[in-house]
Design a protein around this ligand. Structure first.
Ligand code: PMP
Length: 440
């Protein structure tokens, strides 16, 4: 794995002297024998989690860790309503989509009802990667083009086609010749500038594809730019990007794998903060609170172009148990008002980090939306300070609070807890961060 890969961020180094526990050392050795070196492990002193509940993870000695990182168990680890839905459905029926099923259609209709009317079809998959891969194929069939645009440090997944549009794997995994990257939305400028500068990059990339004889198929952007370092503001800046893509005949694909299902606190979908309706939307991670369910939501024109060319069957995609889990996730989001909570608690956490920023120049920026924050760590010259970011991440881990990093330089703290996170949990995180800053 290249040292410049996103997967190399916040990884355990086998030379690390930080691991004192013999149980952990034994597990690390076994893991390396099984997986080889490609599968990274978090922290200098890795964590062995054996159970979880809500926003808490527990290790083999029963010690509690505050989870400020995991967005897959979005409605809370082992939420009883999701667990119950899975158990009941598993005891009754779990099969694929080639038989008629009330459970599957009822869920699909509920999910589609959360989208603008124009997005009225969907296909189920089992992972974000599969959804992105399918969306690329749909965009290609619809436009007859092959060229795609992504941001400079985007992560979209690991299949062959998707790795070719994933610069975050680093230089060891070449981008496709049909792929162009654009800089992430610029920071520190006025709203109009962010929007125009980002759209101008797209315009240039489309021109470059054309010069190389590659017909433009579309652009795919994570609506909160997680891997690039988290860019959420100002709301609306993606409008010019979507207009530019469409003006040139491309398909706009919103990657909602990270911001979707209420994370940003502004409705279900990250793209709605920007006032756009994409042509295709891909989602996954929090959809089944840990059960492997993902989807592509499409405008019917795109689904029609796809169906003319190809059939679709996916053994596990949209299986009955995963749909039951995903339906319970929607129930919990609604009944526990988790989207509103994400907005309120996220704002509290952001204000808290902004307070720390006023007192400490090492915090260069605090950004994000809802319960998805990026805290940028910089040196005295304002340049990315990866070492300091890692000191904070590992220091928090020693205080049993889990976060990680993002951005190409790995200098942005990535804070993305399960949505039942409360202001009391925020205080635990903020107090620990303040103590670590004071000690450093
Ligand atoms: N898109 C984004 C924005 C992601 O963050 C990820 C996973 N990190 C994916 C797609 C791929 O999803 P999966 O790991 O479920 O294949």
């Amino acid at each position: 794995m290249s040292a410049d890969s996103m997967l190399a961020l916040n990884t355990y180094d086998p030379a690390s002297a930080a691991v004192a526990d013999p149980t952990i050392r034994g597990l690390i050795e076994r893991r390396q024998r099984i997986f080889g070196a490609a599968v990274p492990l978090f922290y200098e002193d890795p964590v062995h989690i054996t159970r979880a509940e809500g926003v808490w993870l527990y290790d083999h000695e029963g010690r509690a860790y505050l989870d400020a990182y995991n967005n897959v168990p979005s409605v809370g680890h082992c939420h009883p309503r999701v667990v119950d839905a899975v158990a009941r459905q598993a005891a009754q029926l779990n099969t694929h989509t080639r038989y008629l099923s009330e459970v599957v259609y009822a869920y699909a209709e509920r999910l589609l009802a959360t989208f603008p009317e124009a997005l009225s079809n969907l296909l189920f998959t089992s992972s974000g990667t599969e959804s992105v891969d399918l969306a690329l194929r749909m965009a290609r069939y619809h436009t007859g083009g092959a060229g795609f645009i992504v941001t400079r440090f985007a992560y979209h997944g690991h299949s062959t086609a998707v790795a070719e549009i994933t610069p975050a794997f680093g230089p060891g995994v070449p981008l496709g010749v049909h792929v162009r990257t654009v800089p992430a939305p610029p920071q520190g400028r006025s709203g109009e500038d962010v929007s125009q500068a980002f759209a101008a990059g797209i315009e240039q990339a489309i021109a470059d594809l054309r010069r190389h004889g590659i017909r433009f198929a579309g652009a795919i952007f994570d609506s909160i730019f997680s891997s690039d370092g988290l860019y959420a503001d100002p709301p609306g800046f993606l409008r010019a990007a979507a207009e530019t893509v469409r003006r040139h005949g491309g398909v706009y694909i919103a990657d909602e794998v990270q911001p979707g299902f209420g994370r940003t606190g502004a409705g279900m979908w990250g793209f709605s903060r920007h006032g756009i309706t994409p042509d295709l939307v891909v989602m996954g991670k929090p959809m089944g609170n840990g059960m492997p369910i993902a989807a592509v939501v499409a405008r019917p024109e795109l689904m029609a172009s796809f169906s003319e060319r190809s059939g679709y069957f996916n053994t596990f995609g949209g299986n009955t148990v995963c749909c039951a889990a995903a339906s319970a996730v929607l129930d919990v989001l609604r009944d526990e008002r988790l989207i509103e909570r994400s907005a309120q608690v996220g704002q509290y956490l952001k204000d808290g980090f902004k307070g720390l920023q006023r007192a400490d120049a090492r915090i260069g920026d605090v950004r994000g939306a809802g319960l998805y924050l990026g805290v940028e760590i910089v040196d005295q010259a304002g340049a990315p300070d990866t070492r300091e970011a890692l000191r904070l991440v590992n220091g928090l881990r020693q205080r049993r609070i889990l976060v990680s990093t993002c951005a190409a330089a790995g200098n942005v703290l990535k804070i993305r807890p399960p949505l039942p996170f409360s202001t009391e949990h925020c205080d635990l995180l903020l107090d620990a961060a303040e103590q670590l800053l004071a000690a450093g």
